[in-house]
Write a protein of this length. Structure first.
Length: 129
């Protein structure tokens, strides 16, 4: 039986914390897209997602994701997350809301809503590409 959306996110959070790119990538459908507000694409497809996380781990060596409130409805998971620390050793934390579509235990779509504008600012400061 495949993982539920929540189990998939928890497995991704564990892979992020341990910097296990291969385990993380096993949770993504090959056609997954990661986007943020106004449908700006952050990464599209396995290669781009791998590059995104590899660069993020290098740029933010202490980065991890903490799960806040969440709601699951079928294959969709809506979650409030805190990224700690978001920028190296500065200790900056950024909260955001994410919508995940999960099918057969793999992310098929990830979309970030940034209520404070902090994540968009962080992503635009120095591109991860």
């Amino acid at each position: 039986m495949s993982k539920s959306p929540l189990e998939t996110l928890q497995a991704a959070m564990a892979a992020i914390e341990s910097r296990d790119v291969e385990s993380l990538m096993s949770l993504f459908d090959e056609h997954c897209t990661i986007s943020h507000e106004r449908n700006v694409v952050i990464a599209d497809g396995h290669d781009a997602i791998r590059d995104f996380y590899t660069a993020a781990f290098e740029r933010f060596p202490n980065f991890k994701v903490e799960l806040g409130e969440y709601l699951t409805l079928g294959t969709v998971l809506m979650a409030i997350e805190t990224n700690v620390p978001a920028s190296g050793d500065e200790g900056e934390t950024i909260s955001s809301a994410w919508a995940y579509q999960v099918r057969d235990g793999k992310f098929t779509l990830m979309h970030m809503f940034d209520p404070t504008g902090d994540m968009e600012e962080l992503l635009s400061r120095d591109s991860l590409e």
